[in-house]
Write a protein of this length. Structure first.
Length: 317
């Protein structure tokens, strides 16, 4: 048998193992060629290599066919076990059963998604995977590293900085609305651009959405009078509901907070570009069964439409 550079025996070709098995069963080169879909000369060449590699004639021609040598008799069980292992490997499919898994799933999302998406998502996940554990994480600056390492399974939001090596899938579009106290003293008949400029505002000063909003306001020459800034959505609805401050935020978050807290929703009088909320994951986990299931749940729950290239396209493709 030939030797590799490291001195270990070279591995036998799978087609030679298959020939060994078929020839042992049929005792005929002609029938082996038919079963393998090869010509007799090809099978003869393969048999010659098999004999060379195993240092034995293996099969000897007799009046009753190609009879195995004692070495072939000794090796047939090992050959069959090797072929069975290769068959199992070729047909292996990752198994994931949500109902019995005890996996821990970590999903990164904005605090706005904690309000709008997390309750529905958690209710579904607990019903489908009652033994699993779920964790909501922040979208931090190192989110790419966390997705690559598997510390975070998926990130949901507007995360344009995720580029090479990441997949993304569109879930839903977001435009912008304004929310105000239902008893606001000056907005009884609507929110005009003039009133938007004149009123005091509460601002959320974190996240990609904030940067998108500020850029649009600057472009249209709208200088809001922000008297209260918050790092996130926690507490915003309570402040709006007890003051005359106006908040400008993505529609889904605004409508959800208004519904829960009795606020009034107005169309935003400033044209702010809409954006698409997507789920993101690293290419390492694209075929992981548990991750695929989790992504499928989010699609079933939240996807309203797709965008060109939104169906799991890597940003570097």
């Amino acid at each position: 048998m030939s030797k590799s550079n490291a001195g270990a025996p070279a591995l036998l070709d799978a087609k030679l193992l298959r020939l060994f098995e078929v020839l042992y069963s049929t005792r005929s080169v002609t029938r082996a060629a038919e079963e393998l879909g090869q010509s007799q000369p090809t099978v003869s060449i393969w048999l010659g290599k098999l004999r060379h590699d195993l240092h034995d004639p293996l099969f000897v021609r007799t009046p009753t066919g190609m009879q195995p040598t004692p070495r072939a008799d000794a090796l047939i069980q090992t050959v069959r076990e090797a072929l069975e292992a290769l068959r199992r490997l070729s047909s292996w499919q990752p198994e994931f059963v949500p109902g019995t898994t005890r996996d821990r799933f970590r999903i990164a999302m904005t605090d706005a998604s904690h309000i709008t998406l997390l309750p529905q998502l958690l209710a579904h996940l607990r019903a489908a995977a009652p033994l699993a554990r779920f964790e909501a994480a922040k979208i931090e600056a190192d989110i790419g590293d966390l997705l690559q390492s598997g510390a975070v399974h998926m990130a949901i939001g507007l995360i344009p900085e995720l580029e090479s090596g990441f997949y993304q899938q569109a879930l839903f579009d977001q435009d912008w609305v304004c929310v105000a106290n239902a008893r606001h003293p000056r907005l009884g008949d609507g929110l005009t651009i003039e009133r938007y400029r004149a009123e005091a505002h509460i601002g959320i000063v974190s996240g990609t959405g904030h940067a998108l909003l500020e850029s649009a306001l600057d472009r249209h020459g709208v200088d809001r009078r922000v008297v209260m800034e918050l790092p996130g959505f926690l507490g915003m609805a309570a402040i709006v509901g007890t003051t005359d401050l106006i908040a400008t935020l993505p529609r889904q978050s605004g409508e959800m907070l208004a519904r829960i807290n009795g606020l009034t929703v107005f169309p935003c009088p400033v044209p702010i570009p809409s954006f698409t909320v997507k789920q993101h994951w690293h290419a390492r986990y694209h075929h992981d069964a548990a991750s695929r299931w989790l992504r499928g749940v989010c699609v079933d729950l939240f996807q309203t439409r797709t965008i060109p290239g939104g169906g799991g396209i890597r940003r570097d493709e």
